[in-house]
Ligand binder design. Structure first.
Ligand code: DHK
Length: 143
């Protein structure tokens, strides 16, 4: 069984996008870190700028019997009831991840629609947060 690491809009620009906030690490590097952190657990690591695609991948994780989801919904965190509704259907653990500490940023970033349906939230650890979130998820599903 697999874990899904899903990334929302603009994260394809990681490394170039506001490096003072998100750092210089690229999404490809984050993917490598995530796979390393998962060890023997297979990882589906994906990024999209399209809300419908993120929702379709959550449905895919449900139908595939995935063990867990780490998701950085990016800007959709604060706007997408549809992403929240899709995550509600997932029976396994969901870890919401943000590279930045969204609670120390502009007010628009303070109210996550995902947190109420997430098992845990990681925010502010920088790109390294992916390693910690994936490791935590693997421990949850191994238990
Ligand atoms: C990433 C984004 O793209 C923003 O829209 C979020 C999140 C923060 C992050 O910190 O990973 O607000």
């Amino acid at each position: 069984m697999t874990i899904y690491v899903l990334n929302g809009p603009n994260l394809n620009r990681l490394g170039k996008r506001e490096p003072e906030i998100y750092g210089h690490t690229t999404l490809a590097e984050v993917e490598a870190w995530s796979r390393d952190a998962a060890g023997a657990e297979p990882v589906e690591f994906r990024q999209t700028n399209a809300e419908h695609q993120l929702i379709d991948w959550i449905h895919e994780a449900i139908d595939a019997g995935a063990k867990g989801i780490v998701i950085n919904p990016a800007g959709l965190t604060f706007t997408s009831v549809s992403v929240m509704d899709a995550l509600k259907m997932f029976p396994g653990p969901v870890i919401e991840l943000h590279i930045s500490n969204i609670h120390r940023r502009e007010a628009i970033y303070h109210r996550s629609l995902v947190s109420p349906v997430a098992t845990a939230v990681v925010a502010g650890l920088g790109p390294a947060g992916y390693r910690h979130a994936v490791r935590a998820l693997c421990e949850m599903v191994a238990a």
